[in-house]
Every structure is written in structure tokens, then in C-alpha cells.
Ligand binder design. Structure first.
Ligand code: NAP
Length: 288
């Protein structure tokens, strides 16, 4: 397969490397000179211009800093891109992805928007997800090639879906890592190393995954039975988290935030409901 990679920052370089590793005929281009040298030494073709790079392959991957950079580069090359497929792996908002898909459709360019759920060292592993949305025809045609980068996960025809999921998943990552750091600080204050605490924390996340599976249909149905643990029970338990954190002089922000969301729902009369009831406050801008 002939593939072009535009943008050889940390991520673009990893993408081009994985394509070469998988045996694809890979053409590379970067705005600043010099970043392609190691890839060329491994067999990549160096394009002198972005237009030459686009013309070299039916499949063009773009991985630049942001969508403005993508359009600054590719709007003048719409003619060269006509009849080819652009996979935009640049991070952005769902709205930017949808606007790019409309632009591509207007120029006869196949378009997939992608979100890479990894840092560069993970590229090439089937364990990482490559979220893809947009043209289902392009996804079917290039799925196997994209599998050289990670596991392609198709999210349907709405080009904005990959960015939407990406944003939601990164939010989840920050919240999870924030909770883990609070746990590390709490246990660390009593002389438990992070490397001792973490395997236990990882086992616990398996149980938390189970809670999400239980709560997802409740959220969709808008019915929150408190048959596993009620918000009243959570409020009693989270008080220990607040107190133990305070007793060790830790940042109270996260425990207080989580406690206050439960407290408000209980005050609004939902103490007998399950934890999934808190979705109502999230959706209502924080009001229980
Ligand atoms: N790194 C990660 O872990 C990761 C993970 C998932 C998604 N992403 C996303 O992947 C994209 C690239 O990330 P990265 O880590 O590779 O960033 P990076 O190392 O900063 O590379 C940015 C790339 O964009 C190019 N660029 C910026 N403005 C440009 C312009 N106006 N015209 C042409 N080229 C331009 C840069 O070219 P020059 O070399 O000439 O500056 C460089 O090739 C971002 O959207 C990022 O959010 C990154």
C-alpha cells in the first residue's frame, strides 16, 4: 500500500515508522527540514513539497498540531487531494472534524477523522485504539492499512464522532489519574510506596469497570435504583475520604468536589437512588 504521512512531529514520526515496519510504501513530508532523516534511512520516500507528498499516494495521513495547520496546508492542495482519501489524525473538536469532512466532500476527497488513543511509543500495537469516523467506504477500504498503526475502531459516518469520543475518553483519563494520585498521596502519607499501592488500585479498576457496565443502561433509561449502594451510603463513605485526606494535609479539592455532588443529590431527596443518579446534575450544569 502507498501511504503518505504529512507532519513528522512525535506522533507523525511514530505513524510513519509503523507503516514502514508493516511494509507499506511510505512517503513523508514535514514543514521543517531534517525530521525525516531517520525515516528515509529506514526506506521512506522524502517528498520535497506537500503537493508532491499528496500526489504520491491514494491514502494521505495528516498529523499536525491543529486543524488550522491542516487547512493552512491542505486547502491550497484540494485539487491534488481529489479522488484520494485523507485520514486526519490531528486532535481537534467534533465541530472542526465535521467542518473538515464537509470541506473534503465538497472537493471530492474521501475523509476519515481519527483519534489516536496512545502516545507515540504505543503506535503499531494492536492493543491501542485508533478511533475512526467519517466515510464508511474509506474505513472499509483502508481499515487493514490503518491496522498497522493500532486497532481501528469504526464509530460510524459522523466525522465528529472520533473527536467526541477522544474528548470524553481523555476527560475520563484525567479524572481517573487524578483519583489515582489522590490515592497515592493518601496511602503514601502512611508510608505505602506508589508501586505497592498501584497493583491493588489496578485490580480495583476492574470492579469500577463493572459499575460502569451496570450504570450505563440505568443512565440511558433515566432510572437509578439504589439496589447496589445508595447515595446515602456513598455520602457516609466519602466522608472518610474527605477526613483521611484532611488529616494528612492533602489537597482537599477532589474529595470535597466528589462529596459535594453526592451531598447535593441527597439534599434534593435522591439519597435512596444509586450513584448513576448524579448524571442528572452533570447534565443540568451542576444542579442536583
Ligand atoms: N503526542 C501524543 O502523545 C499524541 C497523542 C494523540 C494525539 N496527538 C495529536 O497528534 C497531533 C500531532 O502531535 P505531535 O505530538 O506529533 O506534535 P508535535 O511533535 O508538536 O508535531 C507537530 C507537527 O505539526 C507540524 N505543524 C505545525 N504547524 C504547522 C503548519 N502550520 N504547517 C505545517 N505543519 C505544521 C509540525 O511541523 P514542524 O516540525 O515544522 O514544526 C510538526 O510536524 C496533535 O494534534 C496531537 O494532539 C498526539
Amino acid at each position: 500500500m502507498k501511504v503518505t504521512v504529512l507532519g513528522l512531529g512525535s506522533m507523525g514520526t511514530a505513524l510513519a515508522g509503523a507503516l514502514l515496519e508493516a511494509g507499506h510504501e511510505t512517503t513523508v513530508w514535514n514543514r521543517s527540514a531534517g525530521k525525516d532523516e531517520a525515516l528515509v534511512a529506514r526506506g521512506a520516500a522524502r517528498a520535497a513539497t506537500a503537493a508532491e507528498a499528496v500526489g504520491a499516494s491514494p491514502l494521505v495521513l495528516a498529523c499536525l498540531s491543529d486543524y488550522d495547520a491542516v487547512h493552512g496546508l491542505l486547502d491550497p492542495l484540494a485539487g491534488e487531494l481529489r479522488g484520494r482519501t485523507l485520514v486526519n489524525l490531528t486532535s481537534g473538536t467534533p465541530e472542526q472534524a465535521r467542518a473538515s469532512a464537509a470541506w473534503a466532500a465538497g472537493h471530492g476527497i474521501g475523509y476519515l477523522d481519527g483519534a489516536i488513543m496512545s502516545t507515540p511509543p504505543g503506535i503499531g500495537s494492536p492493543a491501542i485504539m485508533l478511533l475512526c469516523s467519517g466515510s464508511s467506504q474509506a474505513f472499509a477500504e483502508y481499515r487493514e492499512t490503518l491496522a498497522s498503526l493500532g486497532d481501528p475502531v469504526g464509530l460510524g459516518d459522523d466525522a465528529g464522532a472520533a473527536s467526541l469520543y477522544d474528548t470524553a475518553l481523555l476527560g475520563m483519563m484525567w479524572a481517573t489519574l487524578g483519583g489515582w494520585l489522590q490515592g497515592v498521596a493518601l496511602t503514601g502519607a502512611d508510608k505505602v510506596d506508589a508501586v505497592t499501592f498501584t497493583p491493588v488500585a489496578i485490580r480495583w479498576t476492574a470492579a469500577v469497570n463493572g459499575f460502569m457496565s451496570t450504570y450505563a443502561p440505568q443512565v440511558d433509561a433515566g432510572v437509578y435504583p439504589g439496589d447496589d449502594a445508595t447515595l446515602d451510603v456513598h455520602l457516609g463513605a466519602i466522608e472518610h475520604f474527605v477526613r483521611a485526606s484532611a488529616a494528612r494535609g492533602l489537597d482537599p479539592a477532589l474529595p470535597e468536589l466528589l462529596k459535594s455532588s453526592i451531598e447535593q443529590a441527597v439534599a434534593a431527596g435522591h439519597g435512596g437512588d444509586g450513584y448513576a443518579r448524579l448524571i442528572e446534575a452533570v447534565r443540568a450544569g451542576g444542579r442536583a
